[in-house]
Design a protein. Structure first.
Length: 296
């Protein structure tokens, strides 16, 4: 019943909001897990030959029979999303010479992702106590992809586009809820940074980008302070950062105090009751964020 509800929400959204012609829908337990609640949706571009193969007779016991049903016509033709290789060279090229901001951004990114890489085993161990034990490995894939892509593709002199490319790297290699969350986070930060025309980006503008990212994750994920999620670390960090910058503290001091607030916020979750499950997040994501992330 739950899978049919999910399919019933997803199909009209693909048809009416995205103008996609949905010719076949297969709903069932194609890949199961012993201890994880949730579901996934796969979308594939199909031609007539592929549809014939999907409809062909099979002895696979759990393969559903395809039925060619009626469907509302697509509203508009839908072009294929632009692949990374088709983007302009300028947007996907590392500058030959880094500006001061570009250099600082590179150093900051390297420090962040190397910290994540070093924590892979610890994250897996902690996740194994309450989940499937792959959090560290998932984060490791994202971190190493960022390092590799930054060598060639990140336009580091453009802060907004660099954050956008980080989101693209994460979306490409990270699965599960975390991949979705971090992609939303980066896209929101990019949009906020683009809204500011001042160059180079100021500390207050970075703080505003963080605030916008938190708001986006909260909106589409359904969590807020006290839900025992990563927002319990990010929300106090953002508040302290803005408070200290507005008080006139130098950026280094403000960011240091902000990181301390993040640690304190993370520690506070030890005594909280979890309010958001994977299924809850993913169902909200399907209903609200499909226009922000292209289905793959």
């Amino acid at each position: 019943m739950e899978l049919m509800i999910a399919a019933g929400k997803a199909v009209p959204q693909l048809q009416l909001e995205h103008g996609l012609a949905v010719d076949r829908v297969y709903t069932g337990s194609f890949m199961t897990s012993l201890d994880m609640a949730g579901f996934s949706i796969s979308i594939m571009k199909a031609d007539e030959a592929l549809l014939q193969r999907l409809d062909a007779a099979t002895k696979a016991p759990y393969w559903p029979v395809g039925v060619d049903g009626n469907r509302p016509p697509a509203k508009i033709p839908v072009p294929l999303p632009v692949s990374p290789s088709a983007k302009s060279d300028e947007s996907l090229s590392r500058p030959q010479q880094l500006s001061k901001q570009g250099y600082l951004l590179e150093v900051a990114i390297e420090a962040g992702v190397n910290a994540v890489i070093d924590l892979r085993d610890n994250l897996n161990e902690w996740d194994g106590r309450v989940g499937d034990g792959d959090c560290g490995s998932t984060m490791y894939r994202g971190a190493t992809a960022i390092l590799e892509d930054m060598k060639k593709h990140y336009p580091l002199n453009d802060a907004a586009e660099t954050v956008n490319e980080i989101g693209s790297s994460v979306r490409r290699v990270m699965g599960g809820t975390s991949g979705i969350i971090y992609t939303i986070f980066c896209k929101a930060a990019c949009a906020q940074l683009k809204a500011n025309t001042q160059t180079p980006v100021t500390s207050k503008q970075w703080a505003e980008a963080l605030e916008a990212s938190i708001a986006a994750v909260s909106k589409y994920g359904g969590a807020s302070a006290g839900f025992r999620t990563l927002l319990d670390a990010l929300i106090p960090a953002s508040a302290v950062l803005q408070e200290r910058l507005n008080a006139g503290d130098d950026p280094c001091t403000a960011f240091l105090l902000s990181s301390e607030a993040a640690v304190a916020g993370a520690e506070s979750t030890k005594h909280m009751q979890a309010q958001v499950t994977f299924f809850f997040f993913f169902s909200r994501f399907l209903l609200r964020v499909s226009s922000h992330i292209s289905p793959v």
